[in-house]
Design a protein around this ligand. Structure first.
Ligand code: GLU
Length: 544
């Protein structure tokens, strides 16, 4: 009996790997084209990190004329949740990050390199495991869980590294005949990789993001096929990324220390390894320190959070590019109107350590993103959000023509309004533009002029003598100056500032009175434009 017999005994039906090597030929792509993927596990609640990876990968594929695909890594079936795959597909769609290839439903995929769901690729892994067994590069291992626990306890007591390696890797030294005998006797087993590595030797590796790294060689005989017949991540990713033609593996930097093992697997399988790019972990400020953003503690770690909060996916993507490449901010400043598709993302310019993910900054970026939207787009996205999450807002927005005027205030010019960061802000931000949402009798917070009689005097005189809805902006403002003057206030801030003791206030204080009476707020977009939209009747009603 030799290795081949053992391989045939374990996987009698597995095909020769040449079948798959032919079925999945090398991709015919231009020089430099990157084939990249995200490989999430369907464990529920898609992480914002997956969206981040998808965004960067999709950009790289687009920039180089390559391919971006999604592979579902569902080999850990204990952790899998119902609808997990659907959640992945849906959230990529929500962020407009659909892949060129990958799963389109739980069972179907598009693309010629599928299936793109690992549990549907079992026979492929078996073929490659068989291939390894037949060369003596893998072997069956028969320990029970108890025996493995004992092994670990022994190693801990002896203060040596734990794991299955070297002298501790008992089944590594079984002869083929011994192994065959055990299998025939019905003993349970898993398949392990026979590592050629030595812990006292070093490997050097150049990561696309982290640069040069050095590690001890791997010497662990890790499991490649588990007792449920499915592969481990390590083995599956090597087989998949080989067959799918992945050129660059972007993945979280928690995988960096697995590089020695992974390179060894590629080597022993006879595959050319991909380039690895380990992306910095998304971090969050917490109590003066920084920690990994976590699905358990941080609502913003879930990709679904943004939609619910009404934060446009465009804003999230813009922010993620901001933290991915520090050059993005300048690029945006120089190109305020360009699509992020035109930004040239560079993998090797990513930060080596963690990337701070800050919701305050994200919302700030979002204000800028929304400020560049047309009134029509604001209307469309806000209404879409409202129809799902805020009935009252949906009702408010029913009068589209009026809503477009409201959203059009200070929009489309060089310095557009920046008061919206998310659709859930809209209702509160625009409520005063609607008579049934505006309580004209409420106690408003006025500015410097807060005396009721004085306020009444100002609004009354304004209505009686100065207000005319048909005035252009200049005339309108001149009239407010005249109003200020007539009431004994400085008609210009400049004049006031020269001799402040001489005046009770200036034209700005007068317009604040008008602003607060008309809107209930001291800070609003341009008052002239607001008044134009509110219309004569509402203005007269509110001011009197
Ligand atoms: N399923 C792995 C994870 O979720 C994928 C890592 C990779 O991209 O290779 O971490």
């Amino acid at each position: 009996m030799d290795y081949k017999d053992l391989a045939n005994l374990i996987f009698p039906d597995a095909k020769d790997i040449s079948y798959y090597e032919e079925k999945y030929p090398k991709r015919n792509l231009p020089e430099g084209a990157m084939v990249v993927r995200v490989a999430p596990s369907p464990t529920g609640n898609v992480h914002i990190g997956t969206i981040d990876q998808a965004l960067l990968n999709k950009k790289l594929a687009k920039q180089t004329g390559g391919v971006f695909f999604v592979r579902v890594e569902d080999t850990d079936q204990k952790r899998e949740v119902e609808n997990g795959i659907k959640q992945i597909i849906d959230s990529l769609k929500k962020f407009d990050l659909e892949p060129d290839e990958g799963m389109i439903t739980e069972t179907e995929s598009k693309g010629n390199y599928g299936p793109y769901r690992q549990s549907l690729r079992k026979e492929i892994y078996e073929a490659y495991a068989k291939y390894m067994l037949a060369q003596g590069k893998a072997y069956p291992s028969f320990e029970t869980q108890e025996e493995l626990n004992e092994l670990r306890a022994k190693q801990e007591a002896a203060k040596v590294r734990t794991g299955y390696y070297g002298i501790w890797a008992t089944c590594r030294n079984l002869s083929v005949d011994e192994a065959v005998e055990k299998i025939k006797a019905g003993e349970d087993y898993i398949i392990r990789f026979k590592s050629p590595g030595r812990e006292d030797r070093k490997i050097k590796h150049k990561d696309v993001i982290k640069g040069n790294v050095e590690f001890p060689e791997n010497d662990q005989d890790i499991i490649i096929i588990k007792s449920d017949g499915l592969p481990t991540y390590h083995f599956a990713h090597a087989v998949d990324d080989h067959l799918m033609g992945t050129t660059h593996v972007l993945r979280g930097d928690e995988w960096l220390s697995s590089v020695p093992l992974h390179l060894q697997l590629f080597q022993e399988l006879g595959f050319k390894p991909p380039k690895y790019a380990h992306t910095p972990t998304l971090l969050k400020n917490d109590n003066g320190g920084k920690r990994k953003i976590s699905k358990r503690k941080d609502p913003e770690a879930a990709a679904s959070y943004y939609e619910e909060a009404g934060i446009p996916s465009a804003s999230v993507k813009e922010y993620l590019l901001n933290i991915a490449n520090s050059t993005f901010e300048n690029w945006r400043r120089a190109n305020p109107d360009k699509s992020i598709d035109e930004f040239d993302f560079q993998l090797n310019k990513m930060s080596v350590s963690g990337a701070l993910f800050d919701m305050v900054k994200l919302l700030d970026v979002s204000k800028n993103v929304i400020s560049r939207y047309s009134a029509e787009r604001v209307y469309d996205e806000a209404s879409k959000w409202a129809s799902e999450y805020d009935e009252e807002l949906a009702e408010i927005l029913k009068d589209k023509e009026y809503a477009l005027q409201v959203f059009g205030i200070e929009r489309g010019n060089a310095k557009p309004r920046k008061d919206l960061a998310k659709w859930s802000d809209v209702k509160d931000t625009i409520s005063y533009m609607y008579n049934d949402k505006f309580d004209k009798n409420a106690e408003f917070e006025y500015g410097k002029i807060s005396d009721k009689e004085e306020i009444t005097k100002i609004t009354k005189l304004y209505i009686e003598k100065y207000f005319n809805i048909n005035d252009d902006k200049e005339t309108w403002f001149n009239k407010i100056k005249n109003l200020a003057e007539e009431l004994g206030y400085a008609r210009e801030v400049k004049i006031y500032k020269a001799e402040p003791e001489k005046w009770p206030g200036h034209v700005g204080d007068i317009s604040t009175v008008l602003r607060v009476t008309l809107t209930g707020r001291q800070n609003t977009p341009d008052l002239y434009e607001i008044m134009q939209v509110l219309g004569e009747d509402t203005i007269k009603d509110r001011l009197s």
